[in-house]
Design a protein around this ligand. Structure first.
Ligand code: NAD
Ligand code: DAU
Length: 339
């Protein structure tokens, strides 16, 4: 199987590529990534050992000519991870979110249609459903789309485009909507890696508002296995929720990290709330487990332990990000990665 992955230098995309290359010997991957601030060549530096089964192309999914060229090589499937993914950045400026998340998705869909690609997989998010009250049932695939941030609005727009291409052109497309991921290789601007790395550095841990917002956590490898499952077995035109059934208040996650690292609660600093901050997300992933047989395998207790250990053992990786040094890898490695 020849898979075109977009955004494969980011957190989830790089874990997915590693999962696919290591699990299947008959899979080859082309990774199209713009290398934005969130794309890190170091995440996939070990792919050399997979030889020609991994190929990197630097470029923008909103660049139609480039996308046309890459898709004309006729992969069997396209899995679109490429996105601007950080809610806080979307609040500061939504422009790039619309370009990548909406226009970029459109370019991929058009080329997918033109070259009759067998399947298109859109990696979406629980945030498209908006926010839940404390006693609301978890989101199902039939919930209305009620995005509250520019980021989630751009992701919801992309989902609607995918639906429209399936309905109008009969394109084979599926959408996954996952809850909050955590695990190795996550950029340390997101809650869990930010809190772990700040705690290691003995700097303040900024908690938004009252810290009582709830997220439904899933280990990135469980998410990657769900994408693999949907890519192979998902029914065309369907949406699949993915989640860990693992709700936690932010403040409890932060306190847990401090305890595990032997650091004091005095490092916690309550700061102004995020504008439009969604109070609670929770996913009902029954459809995915009943129809396709997927279930998460990694408990939060195991996963958070492994994740904290990974950040402690890979301090040079995140320190290079926090200092900005990782941005120079393009020059250092691009030559050897381009085939
Ligand atoms: P990330 O920010 O870590 O990585 C995004 C990647 O996309 C980077 O490598 C970046 O260089 C690349 N990229 C950005 N703009 C691009 C463009 N125009 N063309 C090509 N490449 C571009 O994101 P992530 O956390 O790995 O999320 C991946 C996908 O999963 C996103 O679509 C996101 O919406 C979705 N998602 C994330 C989570 C989560 O908890 N992180 C949960 C559910 C869904
Ligand atoms: O739910 C899936 C989404 O999860 C993905 O679609 C997004 O791409 C991903 O970024 C993530 O969005 P969140 O906004 O939920 O994740 P973030 O790590 O930014 O924040 C998690 C919670 O922690 C949220 O309630 C805000 C809070 N927070 C976050 C940061 C960065 C803090 O309290 N302090 C912080 O410094």
């Amino acid at each position: 199987m020849r898979v075109l992955v977009t955004g494969g230098l980011g957190f989830i995309g790089s874990n997915f590529i590693l999962h696919m290359l290591e699990t299947y010997s008959d899979v080859s991957i082309t990774n199209l990534d713009l290398i934005t601030y969130a794309g890190n060549l170091e995440n996939l530096k070990d792919t050399d050992r997979h030889g020609d089964r991994y190929q990197f192309v630097k470029g923008d999914i909103a660049d139609r000519n480039l996308v046309d060229d890459v898709v004309s090589r006729k992969p069997d499937v396209i899995v679109n991870f490429a996105a601007e993914s950080h809610v806080d950045r979307s609040i500061l400026d939504a422009s790039q979110f619309l370009r990548t998340n909406v226009i970029g998705t459109q370019a991929l869909l058009d080329c997918c249609r033109k070259y009759k690609i067998d399947r298109y997989v859109q990696i979406s998010t629980d945030e498209v459903y908006g926010s839940l009250g404390p006693s609301d049932a978890p989101f199902t695939e039939t919930n209305d789309l009620k995005p509250n941030s520019p980021y989630s609005a751009s992701k919801a727009s992309a989902d609607l485009l995918v639906r429209a291409y399936y309905k109008t052109y009969g394109m084979d497309a599926v959408i996954t909507r996952c809850s909050n991921n955590y695990g190795p290789l996550q950029f340390p601007e997101k809650l869990i890696p930010l809190m772990i790395t700040n705690a290691v550095q003995d700097i303040e841990l900024p908690v938004y508002g009252d810290g009582m917002n709830v997220r439904d956590w899933i280990h990135v490898m469980d998410h990657c296995r769900s994408i693999d499952t949907v890519m192979r077995k998902g029914k065309t035109g369907q949406i699949y929720n993915v989640g860990g059934s693992c709700e936690h208040h932010n403040i409890d996650i932060v306190r847990l990290i401090l305890t595990k690292l032997g650091k004091p609660d005095s490092l916690i600093k309550y700061v102004s709330d995020r504008p439009g901050h969604d109070r609670r997300y929770a996913m009902n992933a029954q459809k995915l487990s009943n129809e396709l047989g997927w279930t998460p395998l990694i408990s939060f207790e195991q996963g958070i332990e492994q994740t904290i250990k990974w950040y402690v053992e890979n301090e040079p990786w995140w320190r290079r990000i926090k200092t900005g040094e990782y941005l120079t890898y393009y020059e250092k490695w691009y030559g050897s990665l381009q085939k």
